[in-house]
Design a protein around this ligand. Structure first.
Ligand SMILES: N[C@@H](CCC(=O)N[C@@H](CS)C(=O)NCC(=O)O)C(=O)O
Length: 226
């Protein structure tokens, strides 16, 4: 079959998920970087939501990172990134859904909320999600270094890009991982060292510069108080 074309952007969390899968599996691909401010027709014809990542593989055109990643795992089965047993596979999918529907929206609310009230609501929701992952995810699913045991999986891949951006939350929102999340901190220390994750990582200064353009400078502590 033909070589995969990957449509992505360097700073995109969701693109990093797919870029890590491609590297973990050693799949050859042609990277095509998209300008999201000026999307080419070739790209929007493939990614019908106009979002990265998207792939073209022969006649197969797919978007949505979780769906792309399952496709890649099916077409390039080695090393497997989902468990083979259907029950455990379903649990893995629940956690991928948790990343998409709980963790990511809470992160965005905390960082990009329109006012302090919305950001504080985001802080509560993000903290709650982290504690839930600590206790119900890493605490119960696995006795080992990754979500599903000793094998790195699509679950780890689905969560990790938001942890790479924790320094952004610290810079703009003074948020750090709660002390009640030692497993999560250990998990992130292990994941961040993987070759695939390092290969697509961006520096903290890259993120801070990028988000300063979007959010402005962080408000100094005590500003406006006398
Ligand atoms: N649910 C999608 C989300 C993808 C997404 O939001 N991508 C962002 C970049 S991180 C994007 O392309 N935004 C451009 C736009 O919405 O116009 C997925 O999992 O792939």
């Amino acid at each position: 079959m033909s070589i995969i074309q990957l449509y992505f952007t360097k700073g995109s969390t969701f693109s990093q998920r797919t870029r890590v899968v491609l590297r973990e599996k050693g799949i050859d691909f042609i990277p095509i970087e998209i300008d999201l401010q000026n999307k080419a027709d070739e790209f929007t014809q493939i990614s019908r939501y106009g979002k990265v990542p998207a792939i073209k593989h022969g006649d197969v055109e797919i978007y949505e990172s979780a769906i792309i990643n399952e496709y890649l795992d099916e077409v390039f089965p080695e090393p497997p990134l989902l468990p083979r047993d259907p029950g455990t596979r379903a649990i893995a999918r629940i956690w991928i859904d948790y990343a998409n529907t709980r963790l990511v929206p809470a992160f965005n609310k905390l960082l990009r909320g329109k006012d302090t009230q919305e950001q504080e609501q985001g802080r509560r929701e993000f903290t709650e999600a982290l504690l839930y992952i600590e206790q119900e995810g890493l605490g119960k699913l696995s006795n080992d270094q990754y979500f599903l045991g000793d094998k790195f999986s699509l679950v780890d891949i689905s969560f990790y890009p938001w942890f790479e951006r924790l320094p952004v939350l610290e810079h703009f929102r003074k948020f750090t991982l709660p002390p009640e999340t030692p497993r999560l901190q250990q998990w992130w220390n292990t994941v961040r060292d993987r070759e695939s994750v390092q290969a697509v990582a961006n520096s903290t200064s890259y993120y801070i510069e990028r988000f300063t353009k979007i959010l402005g400078e962080p408000t100094p502590v005590g500003a406006g108080q006398k």
